[in-house]
Design a protein around this ligand. Structure first.
Ligand code: GLN
Length: 522
């Protein structure tokens, strides 16, 4: 049986539970243990697929095509593991499964109740088999939320079921700093731990988010109020880069606390991969500026994986990264005057499309390194069809009904019923030998993750290729263009997939690595 770590948060949301959960995993991995991570989100959406990125940030996609919370991206990136639909579970999905079971008659006449039926369903999801030494479960929301209560009840029961020593409760809280009195206030943390206790959960380890390291007196004081030795009160410092968090935790002997709790030998870990990133951040290096022409900039997390992938590639290329957010809705070519590369990310809906098309024109005509992702590829194709092939009526049927449908719905799906018809998850792609794509991936058959409904219309392949835009990657059945490039341009490539979902902080992703390398050359 694996050992379980539950991560909860209190006082306020956005304390970085996801990064903390991933960091605990990194500490365990660095001592040779295998780790799996799961996210439970108490909200009622069945999955986050229908949520605007302006709500909860980006929608992350797993290999098996499940639309998940963006925290799964942290887990995969920090730990190099691949997660699935079993690893992102919302309150809505739990209730949906319970209510469907009720309709099927599975409960044999019983009164269906929060306890035990809903709590058992949550426990079933927690206990889905893995072949790892540890399972870390992050519970979304903030202690005190009505929606979260049943999840707390379930993890309390779970610890009782599997044995208290097989379960560790880690809790994140906040110690705000009051400027006037120059004091770090510990009361919100105390109250948050109390709230957990009201639900029958004694935190075993506290991560206190704070602008500076807690003093030993502050740790002892918090520990005294929270039934913990001072050493189990860890400072979760504000840092300028998330990859420093596991290092900050390691320096406070977090592994030793976990080892003591679970009865494992203490050990030192190999943190060299993360330290390399820390070293990169402090190094004196040239800066590469990438213009991202998008429209979801109001929320910091809307382009999370994309920003991460660009950063990873900057580490691989020994440059510092500056991301210039360019608002597609108000795009002017001057926006690109100081950029070394232009990236058009994914997106849905008409808003901002004209600006994205203009940005693609600018990159193509001025030999600026260009990378398009999903909608970014569709936009590059529309632009090329209009301005190089010369068909001014070219468009996507997502944006215009009567057009030359160079982007269209190609899969066998119902055009009238648009819900739930996205192409989701990992699909294979065959790469044409001798192309830039082959050079980038170093292979002629790859797999990347998708999340889109429209496709480049294969009917226009000859017209595009004659004019100088080639299809260098395509689905194995030869029907769905996956990668386009312009061989006469120094670096112009786009993919129908989202390579950012497979980028690693320790090796980057080939497409991003090549893009940043091209921007660096410029
Ligand atoms: N809106 C486009 C489609 O549905 C692109 C989606 C995306 O960029 N993820 O195909």
């Amino acid at each position: 049986m694996p050992r379980y770590i539950f991560v909860t948060g209190g006082v306020v949301s956005s304390l970085g539970k996801g990064v903390s959960a991933a960091s605990l995993g990194a500490l365990l991995q660095s001592r040779g243990y295998s780790v799996h991570v799961r996210k439970f989100d108490p909200y009622l959406n069945i999955d986050p697929g229908t949520m605007s990125p302006l709500q909860h940030g980006e929608v992350y996609v797993t290999n098996d095509g499940f639309e998940t919370d963006l925290d799964l991206g942290y887990y995969e990136r920090f730990l190099g593991i691949k997660l699935s639909r079993n690893d992102s579970c919302s309150g809505g999905r739990i209730y949906w499964e319970v209510l469907n079971a009720e309709r099927r008659g599975d409960y044999l006449g019983a009164t269906v109740q929060m306890i035990p039926h809903v709590s058992n369903k949550i426990k079933e999801h927690i206990a889905l088999p893995t072949d790892t030494d540890f399972v870390i479960c992050e519970i979304g929301g903030t202690v005190g939320d009505i929606e979260q209560k049943i999840f707390l009840e379930s993890i309390r029961q779970f610890a009782n079921d599997v044995g208290r020593r097989n379960v560790l409760f880690a809790h994140l809280a906040l110690a705000p700093y009051l400027e006037q009195s120059g004091e770090l206030k510990t009361k919100p943390t105390q109250m948050s731990v109390r709230r957990l206790l009201e639900n029958g959960i004694q935190a075993d380890m506290l991560f206190v988010r704070s602008p500076r390291m807690l003093t030993s007196e502050e740790r002892a004081k918090i520990g005294m109020f929270c039934n913990l030795p001072a050493k189990n009160v860890i400072t979760s410092m504000n840092v300028d880069n998330i990859y420093k968090i596991p290092i900050v935790y390691d320096e406070q002997d977090v592994f030793a606390i976990m080892a003591e709790h679970f009865g494992l030998p203490n050990a030192n870990g190999d943190m060299s991969k993360l330290k390399k990133i820390e070293h990169h951040l402090n190094a004196d290096l040239p800066t590469c500026t990438i213009g991202v022409v998008g429209k979801y900039f109001d929320v910091a997390d809307a382009y999370k994986s994309l920003n991460e992938a660009l950063f990873h590639a900057s580490v691989q290329n020994n440059v510092h990264l500056k991301i210039k957010k360019i608002d597609a809705e108000h795009f002017t070519p001057e926006d690109c005057a100081d950029v070394d590369g232009i990236l058009i990310p994914g997106g849905f809906g008409t808003r901002g499309v004209d600006g994205k098309i203009a940005a693609a024109t600018y990159a193509r005509e001025n030999n600026i390194p260009f990378m398009g992702i999903c909608l970014g590829m569709q936009v590059a194709v529309i632009e090329f069809m209009r301005n190089v092939v010369g068909d001014k009526n070219a468009n996507s049927t997502e944006f215009a009904k009567n057009c030359t449908p160079v982007i269209d719905i190609m899969a066998d799906c119902d055009k009238e019923n648009m819900g739930g018809t996205l192409r989701l998850g990992a699909y294979p792609c065959e790469i044409k030998p001798g192309t830039l794509a082959e050079k980038i991936w170093g292979s002629t058959s790859i797999s990347e993750r998708h999340r889109h409904r429209y496709e480049v219309n294969i009917k226009y392949k000859d017209e595009l290729e004659k004019a100088g835009m080639i299809i260098s990657g395509i689905s194995p059945d030869g029907k769905l263009p996956e990668i386009i490039e312009i061989p006469s341009h120094p670096f112009f490539i786009a993919g129908q997939f989202h390579p950012e979902f497979q980028s690693s902080p320790f090796s980057g992703h080939p497409m991003f690595n090549a893009f940043i390398a091209a921007a660096k050359r410029k």
